[in-house]
Design a protein around this ligand. Structure first.
Ligand SMILES: O=P(O)(O)O[C@H]1O[C@H](CO)[C@@H](O)[C@H]1O
Ligand SMILES: Nc1nc2[nH]cnc2c(=O)[nH]1
Length: 306
């Protein structure tokens, strides 16, 4: 075993050992960890020589309760590189604490992962975006962190990182640049970059909230920031990619001064949004993202990225 387990808290050791003992030697250490967002399970399909675990069997893991999140942890080889992939993630709105949501990230660090690839389905706020666009996360605004649900609250586990970690470069610039190269090599031309707004969910935003969020960010979702916060704390190089699964409605709600007849005469259509739509777009676009993530891994290998 390459790490001194006596230095780690028991719950991390139990989980690490459970997985470690079942892995072949070539997967006992990984370079990269990937988290699949809603509808993006197929991202894991390119991983070879896999060893798969059910979340329900892994000590310390929560279980996935959300449609579009398979609840499997996959170790394997992607583009000649040993990786671990969460096929489905945990969310705060499922009733898990921010600490529970991000618990796997520290396990991946214990397995040696330096690079953390976070993917998610998100609503587009930036009017220049379209459904189906991929957005490299440049920075985030986390309403979870603002409101007392920072995953680093509690006793600091100094084996992982410092008490007051800076958050000035959470999303690594070099990785983001290399991701643009990977996308270009895959002939993907709709790549954007933007700020991710993290909300607790599970309700989607009201139009007034959406207008407010659009003044501070480009996409909005209910994940990623806790994982990025913990990854940054334990010294991982983080990259986040949002798939715009829907454009968020920002039009003001109906005026009180208009009669139902006047509204109908304007051919008014009530806006909607559903998780089924989010998953459908995720499934449609997962192939593209899968190809780019594989190319990205290949580029990291070529660049000896550490
Ligand atoms: O962020 P991921 O897990 O991709 O999922 C996004 O999609 C769900 C809402 O449709 C929420 O869970 C939101 O966070
Ligand atoms: N909050 C939020 N999360 C999402 N996840 C996917 N789409 C959306 C959205 O429109 N809003």
């Amino acid at each position: 075993m390459s790490i001194d387990l006596s230095k780690f808290p028991d719950n991390y050791v139990n989980c690490y050992k459970y997985l470690y003992d079942k892995l072949p030697n070539e997967l006992k250490s990984v370079k990269m960890a990937i988290v699949c967002g809603s509808g993006l399970n197929n991202l894991a399909d390119k991983i070879k020589n896999t060893v798969t675990f059910d979340y329900k069997d892994i000590p310390g893991f929560a279980v996935s309760t959300v449609a579009g999140h398979r609840g499997k942890l996959v170790f394997g080889i992607l583009a000649n590189s040993p990786v671990v992939c969460m096929v489905g993630r945990f969310h705060f709105y499922e009733g898990h604490s921010a600490q529970k949501v991000s618990f796997p990230i520290r396990i991946f660090r214990m397995f040696g992962a330096k690079v953390l690839v976070l993917t998610n389905a998100a609503g587009g706020l930036n009017p220049n975006y379209n459904t189906g666009d991929l957005v490299i996360i440049r920075d985030h605004v986390s309403f979870l962190n603002f409101t007392g649900s920072n995953p680093l609250i509690g006793q600091n586990e100094s084996i992982f990182g410092e008490r007051f970690p800076p958050m000035l470069n959470v999303y690594n610039h070099h990785l983001r640049y290399l991701f643009t190269q990977a996308a270009a090599q895959c002939n993907y031309t709709n790549l954007k970059e933007g700020t991710y707004i993290c909300l607790s969910g599970p309700s989607y935003e009201t139009p007034a909230e959406a207008r407010f969020f659009s003044t501070i960010g480009d996409v909005v979702g209910m994940s990623t920031a806790p994982e990025a916060t913990v990854g940054n704390h334990c010294g991982m190089q983080v990259i986040g990619i949002s798939l715009v699964t829907n454009m968020v409605n920002q039009k003001p709600t109906l005026s009180s001064f208009k009669s139902p007849e006047e509204i109908a005469a304007q051919n008014y259509e009530a806006p909607t949004i559903s998780h089924a739509e989010v998953i459908e777009v995720g499934n449609q676009k997962a192939k593209i993202l899968e190809g780019i993530v594989e190319k990205f891994t290949e580029i990291l290998e070529q660049n000896n990225f550490e």
